[in-house]
Ligand binder design. Structure first.
Ligand code: NAD
Length: 243
């Protein structure tokens, strides 16, 4: 039996599968990851992504932050790929109880997934740091290629994307709820993540279920702990799942 057949068998028998993913889930939609072979860590920019996407840079060097953010983190034309679509289909069929993602691109919801834990927030939500008013991506996108930074149309306060920057904590209630989903799962399917970013990657330690599945282009430090390891493109692999 090959690994795809094993994957299908495990998913067919499970009544509670949880998916946990990262930037690799969206590379087939044209959004670069960080640590993959053509990821943002390999692209020349004046500062490394972890520096620019930090709370300190957002407050001290907003012009550099916004230039990087609009150029490298926001892809308005990106569409869900076969991985997002299959996961949404699995949820609809009652085969998937949650998607937990480190991504901020909103493509799981665009594909139709409803139970999505966005551990690192979303580019689609932005809020005024003064009055708390929320703004969609379209509002702040108007500031792209200008020298102005996004400000609130009510009070003139600075707008921040509702994404978790380096040096910022995760939403603890959201994270606890994601931990609970992982603790209760029979099957944990992990994909498109280097499992290098904590505390998100620490979710795997909470899994007590029957089968851990890892789907990633490259190997990860958790490969030895998994029951099924498939190295390849997650969209191509999940498109072979029969539900
Ligand atoms: P990462 O860049 O550290 O790792 C991505 C992993 O996915 C790599 O191991 C790579 O080999 C693998 N990969 C790439 N394409 C793949 C594919 N088609 N199929 C299977 N595997 C594939 O990503 P991470 O672990 O999610 O951590 C990066 C952080 O950056 C996260 O916190 C995330 O919020 C953020 N980020 C998000 C986006 C997005 O929202 N789409 C994009 C870039 C970075």
């Amino acid at each position: 039996m090959d690994n795809i057949e094993k994957l299908n068998e495990v998913l067919k028998e499970s009544n509670d599968t949880v998916f946990f993913g990262g930037a690799g889930v969206s590379t087939e939609s044209g959004i670069p990851d960080f640590r993959g072979e053509s990821g943002l860590f390999s692209v020349a920019f004046d500062y490394p992504p972890e520096t620019v996407l930090s709370h300190r840079f957002f407050t001290k060097r907003p012009e550099v932050f916004w230039e990087f953010y609009f150029q490298r983190m926001v892809y308005t034309d990106a569409k869900p790929n076969q991985a997002h679509l299959k996961l949404a289909e699995m949820e609809k069929a009652g085969k998937l109880s949650a998607v937990i993602t480190q991504n901020i691109d909103g493509l799981h919801q665009a594909a139709g997934s409803r139970i999505v834990f966005e551990l690192h927030g979303s580019i689609h939500r932005n809020y005024c740091m003064e009055c708390g008013k929320f703004f969609p991506l379209e509002y702040i996108y108007k500031f792209k290629n200008t020298t102005r930074k996004p400000v609130c149309d009510e009070c003139g306060g600075i707008i921040k994307p509702d994404v978790v920057l380096y040096q910022e904590p995760l939403d603890q209630i959201l994270f606890s709820n994601a931990v609970k989903k992982v603790e209760e799962a029979e099957v944990l399917m992990v994909g498109g993540t280097s499992l290098n970013v904590y505390p998100a990657a620490g979710l795997l330690r909470h899994f007590n279920g029957d089968h851990l599945i890892l789907i990633n282009k490259s190997s990860t430090r958790y490969d030895a702990n998994a029951d099924i390891v498939i190295h390849g493109k997650i969209g191509e692999i999940l498109s072979q799942v029969d539900i």
